[in-house]
Design a protein around this ligand. Structure first.
Ligand code: FES
Ligand SMILES: [Fe+2]
Length: 358
């Protein structure tokens, strides 16, 4: 369907989508679990509306456009092969081979005395492996480094398994904001993270710290796994209340590290997003905690978080416009001071030209 035929709130303009993709290209995005990228076999992923192929070549993870320069076949359907002692990526259609830089290094059909043309290359992208994930940046120079997750290597914490949520029909900023937003707790997470008898928004402190937007606030919540050591008390969810201090570090623009401090200790939700398209986003996430560090108990924490995420999902997937409408459009009505963290997050995305129009 022609997107121009749909109302703006359901179909962003081409300009809006292009602004989002261009703005987001400057950052590192997690694209898959490192364990899911095998030796000897390329894997295709969609990132910011483009198909990219990932492979392990000569001990390094490489990423390049998933379109062969010959006749645009998908390189991710091909194979990792070895020629002259070097691994390269072979197109499945006519066997052209590419090195880690995306340069074509072998063309089987080339006439005897011809050289491989310089233009026989595909764009290659930066890659890093960190926190169990493969990260890709499609810009020449990444704007920021990969956001930090220091608790991953901190012996005071137990980190649970790296999880991958099926893609949500939402944009990455909407998902990050869904985790940053706390005033929805009484309605969406009734009896778990909030209570309809206490709907006053907390006082937020919000500031920038290097490449992070930080927000801090204190709330009273029903007793639950993320706020209390239920193994110590033997109590289940819903027994009593806890005072929790939240500190959220938003790794602009796509990652959030949410610290929850209670009498039990510190509980962390770390999540980062993979924007396949403006309206389709996978989330990678992991929790870490200083209490109840027995890995055998991980599953109940995962189940708890799954329940919370499933409550969020229809709300976030249902938000329109898909992409954040800039403040000047007055499409949305963020409130001060209740929505201050969201306002400051969006302000930064607008500065980075990630949210430009509707
Ligand atoms: S399309 Fe890739 S080698 Fe022909
Ligand atoms: Fe929520």
């Amino acid at each position: 369907m022609n997107s121009e035929a749909l109302p703006f709130w359901n179909a962003p303009s081409r300009e809006t989508i292009a602004g989002y993709y261009t703005g987001m290209r400057a950052f590192w995005h997690p694209v898959m679990r490192a364990d899911d990228l095998p030796e000897g076999q390329p894997v295709g992923v969609e990132l910011l509306g483009e198909r990219i192929v990932l492979a392990r070549l000569n001990g390094e993870i490489v990423a390049m456009e998933d379109l062969c320069r010959h006749f645009q076949a998908r390189l991710s359907l091909g194979d990792v092969v070895e020629r002259d002692g070097q691994q390269c990526l072979m197109c499945p259609y006519h066997g052209w081979e590419y090195d880690a830089n995306g340069q074509c290094t072998y063309i089987p059909q080339l006439a005897g005395d011809r050289e491989i043309p310089q233009q026989a290359r595909v764009p290659a992208y930066h890659t890093q492996e960190r926190y169990g994930l493969v990260w890709v940046c499609m810009a020449d120079e990444p704007h920021f480094d990969i956001p930090e997750f220091p608790e991953m290597d901190d012996p005071d914490f137990h980190a649970g398994p790296l999880r991958v949520y099926d893609p949500w029909e939402a944009s990455a900023p909407r998902i990050v904001m869904g985790t940053l937003d706390d005033t929805h707790f009484p309605w969406v997470h009734t009896g778990i993270l909030g209570d309809l008898d206490d709907t006053d928004p907390p006082d937020h402190r919000v500031w920038r710290e290097g490449r992070y937007l930080v927000t801090e606030y204190t709330v009273v919540q029903p007793h639950n796994l993320s706020t209390a050591d239920t193994t110590a008390s033997g109590e289940g969810n819903g027994a009593g209340e806890e005072t929790i201090t939240y500190t959220a570090y938003v790794g602009i623009p796509n990652t959030i590290r949410l610290l929850k401090d209670s009498d039990a200790g510190r509980y962390i939700i770390w999540l980062s997003t993979l924007p396949h398209r403006y309206n389709l986003t996978t989330t990678f996430w992991r929790i870490a905690r200083t209490y109840d560090r027995n890995p055998a108990n991980d599953q109940k924490y995962e189940d708890f978080e799954d329940l919370v995420r499933e409550q969020d999902r229809p709300i976030v997937e249902g938000q329109r416009p898909w992409l954040l409408p800039p403040f000047w459009t007055k499409v949305e009505m963020p409130l001060r001071p209740a929505d201050l963290p969201l306002i400051e997050y969006q302000r930064w995305l607008e500065e980075l030209k990630i949210a430009t129009s509707v």
